[in-house]
Design a protein around this ligand. Sequence first.
Ligand code: AMP
Ligand code: MG
Length: 366
Amino acid sequence: MKKTVAAGLLLSILLLLFTSCDIGTTPDNKPRSETWYEYFATVCTVQSFGEDTDENFSAVSSRVKTMLSEYHALYDVYHEYSGINNLKTVNDKAGIEPVKVDARIIELLKYGIELYDRFAALDKEGDTDLAKGAVNIAMGSVLKLWHTARAGVRAEDGTVSYTLPEAEALMLAATHTDISSIVIDEQASTVFITDSETSIDVGAIAKGYTAERIAEALMADSSLSTDGYVLNLGGNIRLIGTKGGEDWRIGITNPDKTSGEPYVKTVEASNTSIVTSGDYERYFTVDGVKYHHIIDPDTLMPATYFHSVTVVTEDSALADALSTLLFTLHINKAYALVTSLEGVEAMWVGTNGTLTATPGFPAVED
Ligand code: AMP
Ligand code: MG
């Protein structure tokens, strides 16, 4: 978690650095920023770079904080919150009974299921196993084993040791990942996981989905001015409007920490989302081999095609889901998928450091 926090901070700092060169010092367009550390196990920041006032910024940031705290509680699969049924409640009641939930839980689950169906449909249309690495929100049983392994075991002297999940346990868990076990009754506002061994994990989509809902709410509120705002939920970046009429410049982290180059590319963009999935923040090491947090449903092991995948598209929820999905696909399939989608661009950093990007990827030329 510390590594993610550091990475999130880095991104925030980067935005400020790029901005500090050309933003004036009048009170109306000074950069403003507020950061929270308690949501989605990461660093969440809202920043304002356009013409703004302290009053407007304070109203926007208080709206962001309220929404972050509500969505965080609803989508949390590890903790209970008094007075609400969240995704942990739904998981705890798997195989037992339907749970009455907030509409925002139903919307997220429907989104996850729709995406799964959509990419599976592409597969059925003949693109062989294009969707083989599909992001599956019903993969909680498998992901839990990796999550526990990543936490390690702390000895009395403070050292932490790590062991890999047992192959047998992974295979058994994989027999309980059928997404149709998640049964939604919209009329009754309930969710029921019909198999007691199946559980929901929305780690691949929740931050982007939340970022998009927040951006949407801010833009729809005519009492707020939101041009020139950046929402950064642990590296899930949602750019609202422009930076004083110009594009923002966002550095894409270099997964190779030893190279001395902090960024592999700089993106210039506005009114869009930039989301990266990578193997360099959440991982543990066993016998010199790194095991990260994005699991290929086919092998039940961390996907090995890339160090990172960055997706640029307006809808932050889609960007988040796709970056994880693309991470689990062979480059040929991943590239074909992205180019079949309108308004989506992507860049891959291969495990040998090779960069591949779709033609419209908005990187600044070196
Ligand atoms: P992201 O950082 O957005 O790429 O999402 C990574 C998170 O998604 C992990 O920490 C898991 O919670 C979850 N995850 C990993 N692999 C998968 C998968 N194949 N399908 C669904 N969720 C996954
Ligand atoms: Mg994701």
